[in-house]
Design a protein around this ligand. Sequence first.
Ligand code: AMP
Length: 286
Amino acid sequence: MSSFPSVPVFDAVAPLQAQVAAWRAGQERLVLVPTMGALHAGHLALMARARTIGTRVVASIFVNPTQFGPNEDFSRYPRNTEADLALLAQAGVDAAYLPEASAMYPAGFSTRIEVAEVSEGLCGAVRPGHFSGVATVVTKLLNQVQPDVALFGEKDFQQLQVIRRAVRDLDIPVSIEGVPTLREPDGLALSSRNRYLGPQERAQAPRLHAVLARIAEGLVAGKPADPLVAQGRAALEAAGFGPVQYLEVRDADSLAPVPDVSGGPVRVLAAAYLGTTRLIDNVAAG
Ligand code: AMP
């Protein structure tokens, strides 16, 4: 036997469903962790969490073409399947699901899921169609794998809320759980896109989290959002970010804009470019 762990790989849905059915017959609790690959420690935090709440963990890797806009980085999105599978094996994942795009979207595919309200504004405003692509592919993955629980990172907070809403609205029988963002020691949220950053950009990048944390502190101290956001935007621009696509304070559940924390927990969210790399991040307040 090899001393290197390996993970069973499924590239078609039927054999995966046969494996899932066998697990179900054994009363196993199944957790799904959807990813787009290029795995890093943030993804592995999701796998570790999955191990603690389920008896079987399926990780999917699918760079979903329908959630990328025409001028986005679909073709240059990092892909490294061998390294990803080695990491999944080390993480103790029970199955890796790597569907082919042609099987996910066969000729004649014509359905899209649109989630109003939580998809609007923030990333939804600057990435038209993105959350419809996400909601559609995640619904397909949930229907294919039928997990008890599916895990998503708070790093993509609007995505998490869009998925929660779609699952609730469509009565999909799964529990959605958010996992806190894993960060570098300097505060930068781990992301597959961080590898695009040059050395100088990498040095500037942690300011994004610092600015969000400062706004959150001000909000918790009772200050109104608008002046905090204006100062934060100026600080990001001074630190070399541009354009700052959005920097906003929103209700943590509905993602509706809010003036302060008097109405309950909020989220401070931002998307900004450093050179050609688009970074997003968010923190809780209140
Ligand atoms: P992606 O491969 O970028 O689609 O990410 C797959 C999952 O990992 C999503 O649910 C992300 O929110 C989550 N994720 C990405 N980066 C992090 C991070 N730094 N900490 C926690 N979760 C993350």
